[in-house]
Design a binder for this molecule. Structure first.
Ligand code: HEM
Length: 127
């Protein structure tokens, strides 16, 4: 059949639910919560914009915030290998919660693994 844009495959509603389920876990995670703001409303809004374009949808993150420069935007936060792993666990559980499965989930998650590892900027601190 016709190749789908990943964003069209997941749909705006499921993507939004995924991000909400993800940050609910982040805010309860002992290693992640301390480096995030208490109110994750704006963080979730930006992440929905970012993942929309990451999955091939409209470039609504860049339209509002400019080039993602994701690694640079993470520099203020100590991202250890453990925190990258925790981020990915929260995302995997959120994917379970919203019912993502199969090839789509596998491909999406594998891309996030690479991006998460790229964000690591603190190899010293053991938490
Ligand atoms: C922002 C942590 C991985 C996308 C942030 C913020 C923190 C954070 C603390 C700032 C939140 C705020 O002030 O609103 C982490 C940690 C990661 C990780 C610990 C573990 C590896 C990722 C990955 C992606 C991502 C893999 C993309 C797939 C974003 C975006 C923002 C953000 C789009 C908002 C940037 C902005 O302010 O415009 N992250 N992050 N992060 N993160 Fe991550």
């Amino acid at each position: 059949g016709k190749p789908l844009i990943p964003y069209d495959e997941i749909g705006a509603e499921t993507l939004s639910n995924l991000v909400d389920a993800f940050y609910a876990r982040v805010s309860a995670h002992p290693q992640l919560a301390p480096i995030f703001p208490d109110d994750l409303t704006e963080t979730a809004r930006k992440q929905k914009q970012f993942l929309t374009q990451y999955l091939g949808g409209p470039n609504i993150y860049s339209a509002e915030h400019g080039h993602p420069r994701l690694k640079a935007r993470h520099h203020p936060f100590p991202i250890t290998p453990d925190r990258a792993q925790a981020w990915l666990e929260c995302m995997s559980e959120a994917m379970d919660e919203v019912g993502l499965s199969g090839k789509f989930r596998e491909t999406f998650f594998n891309r996030l693994v690479l991006t998460a590892h790229h964000m690591v900027n603190d190899y010293d601190s053991e938490e």
